[in-house]
Design a protein around this ligand. Sequence first.
Ligand code: SAM
Ligand code: SF4
Length: 318
Amino acid sequence: MRDSFGREITYLRISLTDRCNYRCIYCMPQHGIDNKLDHEDMLSLEEMYVLIKNFVELGINKIRFTGGEPLVRKGIVDLVGKVSKLKGVRDLAMTTNGQLLKQMAKPLKEAGLNRVNISLDTLDPMKFVKITRQGDLNAVLEGIDEAINVGLTPVKINTVLIGGINDDEIRDLIDFTKRGIDVRFIELMPIGEAANFAKERFVSTNLVLETVSELVPIEREDKSSPAAYYVLPGVKGKVGLINPISCKFCENCNRVRLTSSGKLKLCLHSDREIDLGSALRNNENIKEIIRDAIWTKEESHHLEDEQYIIRNMNQIGG
Ligand code: SAM
Ligand code: SF4
């Protein structure tokens, strides 16, 4: 599937639920999400599967499950099993906070999941509680070990840099690369709860390079990835720097997103959505709607605007 700028769209990111077992300070309010989706607005996993099948038949070959927290969605292992068997799926991955990974890594691997990205913003148990409000650091660390044990690899760790909170832990987090794990630092976006404080707490990923001056740049393997990669000399794992706002890899963008209510989002930074869930329930021609929508994918994102997107990351799937 190509869009009107000639980009081939091969990557689908799916938010399986807007719910989560954490309440990260930059993502969700303490009391949980406002405007939580009613169950009937959320696609069933069967409906999700039908949409995914249509996407794969149209040329999507890489799928990532995210959320909210994908591992709190009941039936996730079965869905992974069915999607992994679709002819044409070459890479099936998941982004998770890792809280439930220790017990779920093995069944997920057996169902056909290839790899996981795990969000981890701090190695300090007290700070971990401060950031996630209800997470347990030890469970995540055990989840990382288990993911490696069962072969959900390469494991990648995603860290959102938050000024005054975890910007003093860059070196400790980079130590994970010595275990062959990629560690990616992401700049805080003014979205979700962070819309209220992103300016004050924003830390540029340049700080990573200033803090660990031994890092050497390596060539970008995947042109569509928003991360610029570096390594510590002689170390296998990579350090990725992601500037979601200022990055300008739009010309190589190959991804679209599906929300848990079945809305197709062609660009993370746009509020425009196409309601595939309703189209499915009305027996409309899904392939035609997807193809037409992809053709209209935004050329690039405009970030100078003060008014940023309305949805939170837990709804879009970060
Ligand atoms: N719950 C899962 C997790 O945390 O990995 C998957 C969904 S979460 C929305 C996906 C990613 O979005 C996480 O790595 C999270 O840190 C990131 N994220 C959420 N809000 C963000 C923000 N305001 N700025 C930057 N990244 C954010
Ligand atoms: Fe949940 Fe992920 Fe949002 Fe944290 S960032 S509240 S783990 S969805």
